[in-house]
Design a protein around this ligand. Sequence first.
Ligand code: PEP
Length: 255
Amino acid sequence: MSFKRRPLIAGNWKMNGLLDFVKNLAGVLADKVDQNDPTHFDMLICPPATLLHPIKILVGKSGLLLGGQDCHMAKSGAHTGDISAEMLKDLGSSHVIVGHSERRVDYNETNEVVKSKAEAALGVNLTAIICVGETEAERNQGITVDVVKSQILGSIPERATAENIIIAYEPVWAIGTGQTPTKGQVQEVHVLIRKTLGDKIGLKEAEQTRLLYGGSVKPSNAIELMDLNDVDGALVGGASLSPIDFWVIAESCPK
Ligand code: PEP
């Protein structure tokens, strides 16, 4: 019998949002989470770090979870412009995204760097959402399996468990493009991720680890994607900036 994993819907606001977003977006979602308590999913938002504190004050003890979009691998020190995992924790975060493809590309983050960042997150009891995914060229060359496998093996800390990590499979060519893989392609990569995780952290942990799909998830495709056996939620970019769309996506998770 397969293990029942609680779905997580995570919103990555990226570099979007000023103070007015706090009430209009985070406030609306926090109210919805409270009004619908208990929800059959966890809901997380990862706003720009500048908004974490005002959002934490607004959402208070609501069930809406908060996370960062990245953290530095070091605890503190001479790293101008960077943010440590502990700083995110201090502002009320429970999660942090690491290894998003935009960071892998814009800042040349290697698997090794991503792993160090994930380790820093685990060190302060933040759950690390570790992103992996192939580019369009890699898919066309037929090397998706090799790429994703090596990202998983190279980016996951030795002490990873089902409790302290979440994997987000985000094909780079599907992010912000409106293109999505077929259901078969998504399920195939999620099965590969779970198997690779099993080799690395053990079958029991792998079976319980949540695997999110990300890349152009929207209300119109959420039900079919969230319904896949090894998809345990979504990492949502663009559609997470609309509280209505984001809520519809969350409600698409099977009960
Ligand atoms: C993302 O950037 O993590 C993402 C999935 O973006 P979008 O939903 O806009 O494709």
